[in-house]
Design a protein around this ligand. Structure first.
Ligand code: 26Y
Length: 822
């Protein structure tokens, strides 16, 4: 007989024993008094045990082989729950469910028990998480570096239709997935001044004399790939006081003063900034960025020089750093500082190493999201870095002057320092200059990046610019979130599509299969029923599962135009009020998403949705033909439930504003049809699935800029379009706000007099195409064909494809196979 180890064995009996063992020894409970959370923890540790073996083999292999590695630096990692995903990647999901059930436990309830690490805002943070999954799956040696926020993105509650923010205490029950490594902490300096001195070789050097210091303690989480043993690390830094007591102050009787430093230091990693795409310029945010970047670079250098004994001169051959937007862009200056000041390397060589190490991904063109820091603030926090940036800038601008003589305008535009008014450090210029590769996240976005925000840089260094269209992991967003569809697909084409998503194309040959179409439809219906039950429980609203589930789930932002969706709802409502017997295809409008706490307009749009919902859902004239549902607290866990249930995916941003979008991909993969503009990755999705399987509306990006250049006047549309006028007037009249005509004034006023995101210009086109959607849905058989073709043709949008492109065209890293444990 073979006796399996309790920590690694995969037989059902072994799994059961391991769970009970962990309950006893880790949670210190016997079954009779164990809580649901105790069982969750026992189960999580049972899974973690099985990861650790692979993790240590991976780490040993990296130490031995010394491969080139990618370090993905990101201020956000929106990981979502680990348990289910790890079970999928380990290949023991079904077996574990059985083991758990044989113990008399509810497997689904245990999965549900996990508090997800919501250490990100939205797209950018979730992309980082998908890329970690794909890098491990493709056996690419990699580390994700970020911040271990004690509080992640706030939980959202709704009071009287308004968003209310609640602290996300995700660590309150403990986190079984991480291991603290206090022995590998680093110190990070802040403030103070610099001093010049002459070193023993007679060279002029600089010393930074800071006025405070914080320690970064790494917490490691294993990231296992799908059907491979490669297990990479997500290393998140937590801030700690260097000394928890200032003994001098303590002995002088100043107990509070002594502990103050501790409180101050630990504030650094306390909370994630909940704004996306709107900078605030807060000092603590810059401190967070520098804190995690400095820890991460010191960590890489220690691995390189100390653990591997390699010379610093070849650092860039062994490490490449991918900057997830400009949030970690201070890395350019910090690596220079470490090389110059701590390793005594000359400027030119230090710059060569730095520029050969960094690669920068831009995620936005919105001016309000482009990071810039007031020079005064920057210099008081990071005096040495400011000097280095001035030096980089001076040398660079000399090159620009040589190349483009007498072009002062160009110099002003390209300078890292914005001197048009108050002086600012432009982080996008720093990141661009310091990187060997600069990429956008969808074809259109990269094109606009080169034309617009980084135009001068693209002209000077065209070879550094490239596109990497985003992707999402099919493990989490199909296999884990949509087991029924996964089973059906696998029964027809086998399961290789999970690693090679292009194989979904084989589904095309089943489109003509009546039986298959019927199964496809039944599955969608069953999932919609689940969501309907959830809506009934959560919101007390009864929805019709035969209606179109029309879903918009994403962060709230004016450019994403949730309020355009609302104008459609009100238009349908007005039509029904005018003609109560109108024959329209029943629809359920579902919204989910958070607004930045300080973004008043976004919060008002949430209030508008809830106000419209109250009126529409209870109006007898509507007779259940339309329902409006706002689902609170949209997060990864909940998103996994939402994507599979959608018939229609709303991707309706103003063309040119949404860099890529990734929710669009998650919906479409799960068989939703898209109504969307020619924006971001929508364009590429439409190319793949075929124009006939995509509901296109609205202006193109170039038309948008043309109209704006000519002087856009929304009022003309309002006057000329009676349905648009009626919808706006309905809001204005206080009809949705119990007679309060002031409530939605800011929103309506902004639309009528500015409409910066061109809702009015796109309104009619949107309404017309929505009418086509309603008609198309009546032909269920045809709709099902379109749905199947959407899934079948989404192969391109696996994050595996994106990562393969980064590997080949940017990072130039070879995969490294890890031997499975025996
Ligand atoms: C500087 C700070 C205010 C800030 C914080 C978060 C700025 C931006 C962000 C987040 C940006 C973000 O999530 N961007 C999204 O990135 C996705 C992944 O590339 C894209 O698909 C999506 O279009 C883009 O809006």
């Amino acid at each position: 007989i073979r006796i399996e180890d309790d920590r690694t064995g995969l037989e059902i009996e072994t799994l059961k024993r391991a769970i009970l063992d962990n309950l006893f020894y880790i949670q210190g409970k016997f079954p009779e008094i164990a809580t649901l959370n105790d069982y969750y923890m026992a189960l999580a540790y049972t899974v973690r045990d099985r990861l650790i073996h692979r993790w240590l083999i991976s780490s040993q292999t990296y130490t031995k082989v010394q491969p080139r590695e990618v370090c993905y630096l990101s201020a956000e990692f929106l990981m979502g729950p680990h348990l289910g995903n790890n079970l999928i990647n380990l290949g023991i999901y079904d077996r574990m469910r059985q083991a758990v059930q044989e113990l008399g436990l509810n497997f689904e309830a245990l999965l549900e028990q996990e508090e997800e690490p919501g250490l990100g805002n939205g797209g950018l943070g979730r992309l980082a998480a998908c890329y970690l999954d794909s890098m491990a799956t493709l056996d690419i040696p990699s580390v994700g570096y970020g911040i271990r926020y004690e509080f992640g993105i706030f939980d959202q509650d709704i009071h009287d239709g308004w968003q209310v923010e609640i602290t996300d205490k995700w660590l309150k029950n403990g986190n079984p997935w991480e291991i603290a490594r206090p022995e590998w902490a680093f110190e990070v300096k802040f403030g103070g001044r610099t001093e010049r001195y002459t070193d023993e070789k007679g060279r002029s050097r600089v010393k930074w004399i800071p006025d405070r210091m914080v320690q970064g303690v790494p917490y490691d989480t294993p990231i296992l790939g799908y059907e491979t043993s490669s297990t990479n690390t997500l290393r998140l830094w937590s801030a700690q006081a260097v000394e928890s007591f200032d003994f001098r102050a303590f002995n002088a009787g100043d107990y509070y003063g002594a502990v103050g430093n501790k409180v101050f230091s630990e504030n650094l990693s306390k909370v994630l900034y909940p704004n996306d795409e709107q900078i605030q310029g807060k000092q603590l945010r810059l401190e967070q960025q520098y804190f995690f970047v400095s820890c991460s670079l010191q960590d890489m250098i220690r691995t390189h020089c100390d653990r591997r004994g390699l010379p610093i001169s070849i650092f860039h051959e062994k490490f490449t750093v991918q900057l997830n937007d400009t949030h970690p862009a201070i890395a350019v200056a910090e690596l220079m500082r470490l090389l110059l000041d701590e390793h005594g390397i000359e400027w030119d060589q230090a710059w060569h190493i730095t520029q050969s190490t960094m690669a920068y991904t831009n995620h936005t063109l919105l001016p309000e999201a482009l990071e810039r820091w007031a020079v005064g603030l920057f210099g008081s926090l990071l005096p040495r870095h400011l000097e280095i940036i001035y030096e980089i800038n001076g040398r660079f601008l000399n090159e620009v002057r040589l190349r483009y003589p007498k072009d002062d305008e160009r110099i002003r535009r390209m300078s890292i320092i914005d001197e048009s008014g108050d002086r600012y450090v432009r982080m996008a210029n720093l990141a661009t200059l310091g990187s060997y590769s600069i990429n956008g996240v969808a074809e259109l976005h990269t094109q606009l990046l080169k034309q617009d925000v980084l135009h001068d840089f693209a002209e000077m260094y065209p070879e550094r610019f490239n596109n990497k269209t985003n992707g999402v992991t099919p493990r989490r967003f199909m296999v884990l979130s949509n087991p029924r569809l996964t089973k059906l697909i696998t029964s027809k084409i086998g399961d290789h599509w999970i690693r090679n998503l292009q194989e979904l194309r084989q589904l095309e040959s089943f489109v003509e299969d009546l039986e298959f179409r019927s199964e496809w439809r039944q599955i969608k219906l069953a999932i919609k029923r689940d969501l309907a039950n959830y809506i009934q429980e959560q919101n007390g609203i009864e929805v019709n599962v035969d209606s179109i589930f029309d879903i918009q789930a994403k962060r709230f932002h004016e450019y994403k135009r949730q309020h355009l969706n609302v104008l459609h709802i009100i238009t349908l409502y007005n039509r029904l009020k005018a003609n109560p017997n109108l024959d329209i295809t029943p629809r359920t409008f579902i919204f989910g998403g958070k607004a930045a706490p300080g973004y008043q307009m976004a919060k008002l749009i949430i209030k508008l949705i809830n106000s419209v919902a109250d009126v529409v859902n209870s109006d007898p004239d509507v007779r259940d033909r339309i329902k409006v549902v706002f689902l609170k607290d949209y997060n990864v866990k909940f998103a996994q439930r939402v994507y599979p249930a959608a018939d229609l995916s709303e991707q309706i941003s103003t063309a040119g504003k949404e860099a890529s979008g990734t929710g669009n991909m998650k919906f479409s993969m799960n068989g939703a049809l898209t109504i969307g503009t020619l924006d971001g990755a929508n364009i590429e999705i439409r190319e793949e699935v075929g124009a006939e399987n995509f509901f296109l509306f609205g202006l193109t990006a170039s038309k948008v800029s043309q109209i704006k250049a000519k002087g856009y006047d929304p009022m003309q549309y309002y006057i000329a379009n009676s349905e648009l006028k009626a919808a706006i007037d309905r809001i204005n009249s206080g009809f949705f706000s119990k007679g309060d005509t002031a409530l939605f004034k800011p929103l309506v006023g902004s639309l009528m007099y500015q409409d910066p995101y061109l809702l009015f210009a796109d309104y009619q086109s949107y309404i017309d195409v929505q009418t086509q959607v309603g008609e198309a849905y009546r032909d269920q058989d045809h709709w099902t064909r379109m749905s199947i073709l959407n899934t079948a043709r989404m192969g391109k949008f696996s994050s595996d494809r994106s990562i393969r492109e980064y590997v080949k065209e940017v990072w130039k890293i070879d995969p490294l196979k890890i031997c499975p444990p025996n």
